[in-house]
Structure formats: structure tokens, C-alpha cells
Design a protein around this ligand. Structure first.
Ligand SMILES: Nc1nc2c(ncn2[C@@H]2O[C@H](COP(=O)(O)OP(=O)(O)OP(=O)(O)O)[C@@H](O)[C@H]2O)c(=O)[nH]1
Ligand SMILES: [Mg+2]
Length: 651
């Protein structure tokens, strides 16, 4: 398949961006009437052309300072930037601003075109070249080709095509695996088709018949058709500019800034922790400043709260200082508080513009799209973000494992699922599972079912189980343990039950506890007082002697001279120990019931197909109706007999 590269233009107004796209593709990207009338670009324009075996999709942006927000909606998914500088005007304010944006967004590669070369003499060209070199020195465009071009004469166009192909060859394809995510840059209705959205698919793939979600908002839509470069396709893959025909949504219900995504893969958020690079030449950025946040194709108002300086940063934005600020050129960890939800993933780049006047002032990297709502102006918060920080261009495995470990610790007893780790850590589920597996092997995480918790949470849980049981045994020496559920409520109320069960299983395996319906320390011995011991003996004897017609509990207690409260505790203990068994409201000694079952079964051996009715039962076992009925029903439940009308068959 032909490889696909998305090229964005950038540069000052009227420097010839649209004319250049038209010269390369034959398509005028200025499609609006107003654009054609005024001769300027207002909104994004699109065109595509195969050059040298590579499919180039062009996103043409407006240069006007008032339309930088539209430029930002287009620049998000580009692989390569063509920075356009008119040779006769050289570097101008939006040349710088667009270039800053590309740098902050880490556009991977690009080249510079000196347009209108026919209007500049050799000296002017040389001057423009020098100013461009100065602008891009030390950046991703340092050393990139600077190609003079005239669309009027056609000079330089061949050299530009060759430079584009060279640059396009080294573009690294995006991961087509993982969750689909397409930030929407255009929505329109097509006769006979309905709603169509366009955008750059930044990850995953989108195929006909897929059920996707439109976020924020979680609306569902079905993919009716897909087009890439004007051609019908079965699916679009990451890195392709795509037009997606959606069923189930009206044009008015979708807007630029929203995204179509794999349902459930992204949780829209109003809070995100991030790094922030403040551009040199801006004003210092104050804690709590109101800004315009741009990510994908969205622009959202919000505030920037400063957590603290990045390690190695010269910016004195230390936590706890009087009036925290980031100095121009400085870097900081920040918490972004957005006024509307955004679709964000760890690893996303974003841009911040001042609220007013709206100029680009900063950009950064999302570290955590779902941070806990904890205090941020603390050393612990700074430490946490230092652990979450990473270099997305380097191998992420180690940084992701570190971040997942930090997230698991924060998740505490609730733990996280592989799916939530994947979405919060910004990795595919296979990678999330692999990282988690590695943490488990390294003793940092514990997995039970689909829940993963930090190893520290798990060992603390085991400690608190032991401590709670110790307390329980001290407070109630006669109790033979805590009911499982009561124990869980006490030590792990908000925790995942699977993790609790695993902790009990491990403690039991190491012989620290005995866990059945009730959980006890293995070392626990029932400690009865001599009086209780005597009462226990008397009560048990009374039930054993009573057989199938024991006296009622009050009479037993009175006969044995045991106070009612003690008798009550002893009766409960004997039931837990299964010495006494409750049958409806009556208590019997386990031995008496065992004998009864054997006797009834024996009837069958005696005369083959044995039947027994209430009257014979009463007579045979010498009991009144009060005992006979519950006992017969007990035998039914125990599958010793089966009721057939008025009689019972021995099974
Ligand atoms: N002589 C000459 N004129 C050019 C050249 N390229 C563009 N122009 C003219 O410059 C003007 C602006 O060109 P556009 O392509 O609209 O500029 P732009 O950068 O897209 O402008 P915005 O999108 O509004 O920022 C038009 O009148 C073009 O005809 C060139 O190489 N030579
Ligand atoms: Mg234009």
C-alpha cells in the first residue's frame, strides 16, 4: 500500500501557502466563498497528491493572526510541516508563532520554502535564508532544506517535490493498533449520505460497520462509509486523513473539537496533569492563569495551576513559594483545570494561548489525564509528577512501567483494570498488560482476576487483616473468628473483592490464618472462662441427651444454672462449631440428626421401597408434631426423603 504522509503548511498571512498547495496538487485549498473573495485563508483547506510514490495529504492553514485557532485545529495530526516564508518579506510574526506551535507540538520533521522567489533578488533571498536559519537554529528544522520556489514561474517546484519525498520517506508511521481516535476538524452533510466528519486518524483504525463513540458525550454512531484521499475504502488506518460517514447522528449534534473514538477507550476529562514549557519572550505565567487550551482539534478555556518546577529547570516556580510563576523560557509541572471536558491521553501534546490577547504562550505534554483530586502545591505532588514525566520520543516501556506503578499506588485498594491502565497511561491494552505483568514479576504489583493493585496496597491489606483478627480475638476470645464479609467491610471496604480473597488465600496458604465462613488467626484458641467451659459442657450434654426432642434453650439454661447472656453466647458458638444445627426455629445436636438420617435410610434397606408419613414418623421416633414436621422437611432438604403428597419416599 502507498504510504501516506500528512503535510501541514505554516507561515505568515499572504506568504503563499495556499498558492503553493495548489501548485503541488492542482487543488485550490481555499474552498469558502469568503476566502476566494478576500484572497485569504480563513479555515483549514485540504488537498492531496501522490508524489514520488508517496501519498501526500495537505492541510493548508490560515496565516491571519485572528485565525490561529483554526491553524491549531489543523496542525495536530501532521507528520511534516512546510514552513512557508515569502522571500520578499522574510520572517514575520505568524512565521514565528506557527513555528513555535510546531516546535511545542513536536511535529517530527519538515522543510522551509522561500516562496515568491520571483519577487526577490539574490540579496533578498540570501537575507531571508539567513533569518530563517536564525529562527530554526537548534530546533527540529535546524539543517532542514530551505527551498526557494515561485509558483508564478514554476522555479523550484521540482526541487521542492524532491525534498518532500526525501522528508516523507523518513516519516515514522503511526501505530494502527490500539484504540481508534479521530479528532474532528470538519462536519458536513452530504446529499444521500448524511453526516460526514473528517480529520486525521491519530491512532487505531476505523472500518465500515464499526460502532464508535463521539466524545465528549459518549454518543454512539455507526460507520456507514470511509473515504481516504477521495477514494472509498473499507477502513482507514492511523496516519490517514479520513472522511467518515456516520449513521445515527445529525450534523448539528457534532462539532469540530470532538473526536470519534473506540467506545470506552477514552474518558473525557476536565483535569489533567502535564508538563508546561513557557515560550521565551512571553510574560511570566501566574498560578491560576486563565488560558485557552488546544489539543487535537479542540479549544477549551481553562486555568493552569502550578505544581512546581521540573527537575533541572531554572524556573523558580517552587512549590510553596509566595507567588508562584513560571518564568519565560521556563518549564513546570502543571495541573490543567478545564471548563469543559476534553478527550485526552497520556503522551498528548497541547498548546496554551493567553486568554486575551490570544497569543501562543506555551505548550506541553499530558502526563496524566485522570489525576486524583489531591492537593497539588505539595512536595508529594511534585514527586508524583516527576515519576510520571517521560520523554515520548524515547523508548516508553520503562517510563510507562514507572507511571503505571505510580497510578496503581494512587488507585489504592480500588486497584485498576487493564482497560483503565491502558486509557490512563496512554498505551495499548497489550502494552498495559505486558507492563503490568513485568511489575508483578518485579514484585511491585499484584493481579487478581481483572484487578491490579500495587504490591504495597496488598501487603498493607494482609497486615490489616492480621491486625483486625488479632483485635477481634482479644475483644471476643470466645468467638472463633470474624465473618468474612464483616472482615472485608472493616479492612477493605472500598477494595476489589478479588484482591481481598487473594490476600486471604495467601495468608491461609502460609498458615497464618484459617479462612472458612469465618476467618481466624491460625494461632487463635478459643479461650473460655471456667464458668463458660462448664456452661458449654452442660448445654451440649442437654442437647445430646435430648436427641430429637431437646428441651427449649431457656429451660436448658435454667436447668444448668447458666445466666441467659452466657447461654446465648455458648449457643451461638456451638452452632458456629456445627455442634448444634438449627432446623427452622429448633436446635438439635448434630449427632442426633446424623443418627436420624441413618435410621431413615435404614428403613429402605429393611423393606425395599420405603415410605414414611407423619404419623409413622411420630410413632417410630417418639416425637410430637412440633418436631416431626420440621425434621421431615429437614430430611427432604438433606435429600434423604422426597415428599410425595401425604407421604415421603426414602431416597
Ligand atoms: N509573484 C508571486 N506571487 C505569489 C506567489 N505565491 C503566492 N503569490 C501570491 O500571493 C498572494 C497570497 O497567496 P496565498 O497563497 O493566498 O497566501 P497564503 O499564505 O495562503 O495566505 P493566508 O492563507 O491568508 O495566510 C496571492 O495573491 C498569490 O497569488 C509566487 O510565488 N509569486
Ligand atoms: Mg492561504
Amino acid at each position: 500500500m502507498t504510504r501516506s504522509v500528512i503535510v501541514g503548511t505554516a507561515g505568515h498571512i499572504d506568504h503563499g501557502k495556499s498558492a503553493l498547495v495548489r501548485a503541488l496538487t492542482g487543488t485550490d485549498p481555499d474552498r469558502l466563498k469568503e476566502e476566494q473573495a478576500r484572497g485569504i485563508t480563513i479555515d483549514l483547506g485540504f488537498a492531496h497528491q501522490e508524489i514520488g510514490g508517496i501519498h501526500f495529504a495537505f492541510v493548508d492553514v490560515p496565516g491571519h493572526e485572528r485565525f490561529v485557532k483554526n491553524m491549531l485545529a489543523g496542525v495536530g495530526g501532521i507528520d511534516l510541516v512546510v514552513l512557508v516564508v515569502a522571500a520578499d518579506e522574510s520572517v514575520m510574526p505568524q512565521t514565528r508563532e506557527h513555528f513555535d506551535i510546531c516546535r511545542l507540538l513536536r511535529v517530527p520533521t519538515g522543510l522551509v520554502v522561500l516562496t515568491k522567489s520571483d519577487l526577490a533578488d539574490a540579496d533578498m533571498l540570501e537575507l531571508a535564508r539567513l533569518e530563517v536559519r536564525e529562527l530554526v537554529a537548534g530546533s527540529f528544522l535546524d539543517g532542514a532544506p530551505i527551498v526557494p520556489v515561485s509558483v508564478r514561474t514554476g522555479d523550484g517546484l521540482e526541487a521542492l517535490r524532491a525534498a518532500l519525498v526525501d522528508a516523507g520517506r523518513i516519516v515514522v508511521p503511526r501505530a494502527a493498533t490500539g484504540a481508534a481516535r479521530l479528532p474532528i476538524d470538519r462536519v458536513f452533510s452530504m446529499k444521500g449520505f448524511g453526516t460526514v466528519v473528517t480529520g486525521t486518524l491519530v491512532s487505531g483504525h476505523v472500518a465500515v460497520d464499526d460502532e464508535l463513540a463521539i466524545e465528549p458525550g459518549g454518543r454512539r454512531a455507526k460507520v456507514r462509509g470511509v473515504q481516504v484521499h477521495g477514494e472509498k475504502r473499507r477502513e482507514a488506518i492511523a496516519g490517514e486523513r479520513s472522511a467518515v460517514n456516520l449513521a445515527g447522528v445529525e450534523v448539528d449534534d457534532i462539532a469540530r473539537g470532538e473526536a470519534i473514538v473506540t467506545a470506552g477507550a477514552f474518558e473525557p476529562t476536565r483535569l489533567a496533569d502535564a508538563t508546561l514549557d513557557l515560550l521565551p519572550g512571553t510574560k511570566p505565567l501566574k498560578h491560576g492563569a486563565r488560558v485557552r487550551f488546544h489539543q487535537g482539534t479542540a479549544e477549551i478555556l481553562g486555568r493552569v495551576a502550578l505544581v512546581g518546577p521540573l527537575r533541572g529547570s531554572t524556573s523558580p516556580a517552587a512549590a510553596g513559594t509566595e507567588a508562584p510563576v513560571v518564568q519565560p523560557g521556563g518549564r513546570a509541572f502543571v495541573r490543567l483545570r478545564l471548563e469543559a471536558p476534553a478527550v485526552l491521553a497520556r503522551g498528548d501534546r497541547y498548546i496554551v494561548r493567553a486568554y486575551s490577547p490570544p497569543t501562543t504562550i506555551a505548550g506541553g505534554l499530558i502526563l496524566d489525564p485522570k489525576p486524583p483530586r489531591t492537593a497539588i502545591r505539595t512536595a508529594a505532588a511534585l514527586e508524583r509528577l516527576t515519576r510520571l514525566d517521560f520523554d515520548p520520543s524515547a523508548d516508553r516501556a520503562e517510563a510507562d512501567a514507572r507511571a503505571i506503578a505510580a497510578m496503581l499506588e494512587e488507585a489504592g485498594a480500588a486497584g485498576m483494570s487493564i482497560a483503565s491502565i491502558a486509557s490512563r497511561a496512554g498505551v495499548e491494552s497489550a502494552a498495559a498488560a505486558a507492563r503490568t505483568e513485568a511489575l508483578a514479576r518485579g514484585g511491585q504489583a499484584i493481579r487478581a482476576g481483572d484487578t491490579i493493585v500495587a504490591a504495597r496496597v496488598f501487603s498493607r491489606l494482609k497486615e490489616s487483616i492480621a491486625a483486625a483478627l488479632g483485635d477481634h480475638h482479644r475483644a471476643e476470645p470466645m468467638s472463633d473468628g470474624m465473618p468474612r464479609e464483616a472482615l472485608r467491610e472493616q479492612v477493605f471496604a472500598h477494595g476489589a473483592p478479588a484482591i481481598f480473597d487473594l490476600a486471604l488465600a495467601e495468608l491461609a496458604a502460609s498458615n497464618a490464618i484459617v479462612a472458612r465462613d469465618r476467618v481466624a488467626l491460625a494461632s487463635h484458641r478459643l479461650a473460655l472462662t471456667p464458668e463458660e467451659e462448664r456452661a458449654r459442657g452442660a448445654i451440649e450434654r442437654a442437647y445430646r441427651d435430648g436427641g430429637l426432642k431437646p428441651p427449649d434453650p431457656a429451660a436448658i439454661a435454667a436447668a444448668a444454672g447458666v445466666p441467659a447472656s452466657v447461654a446465648d453466647r455458648i449457643l451461638k458458638l456451638l452452632q458456629r462449631q456445627k455442634v448444634l444445627v438449627k432446623v427452622d426455629a429448633l436446635l438439635f445436636h448434630d449427632e442426633a440428626l446424623g443418627r436420624l438420617k441413618a435410621d431413615v435410610r435404614a428403613l429402605k434397606d429393611a423393606d425395599g421401597a420405603a415410605k414414611i408419613d407423619v404419623a409413622t414418623f411420630k410413632e417410630r421416633f417418639g416425637v410430637t408434631r412440633k418436631f416431626a414436621i420440621p425434621l421431615l422437611e429437614y430430611l427432604d432438604r438433606e435429600r434423604v426423603t422426597r415428599r410425595m403428597g401425604e407421604t415421603r419416599v426414602v431416597l
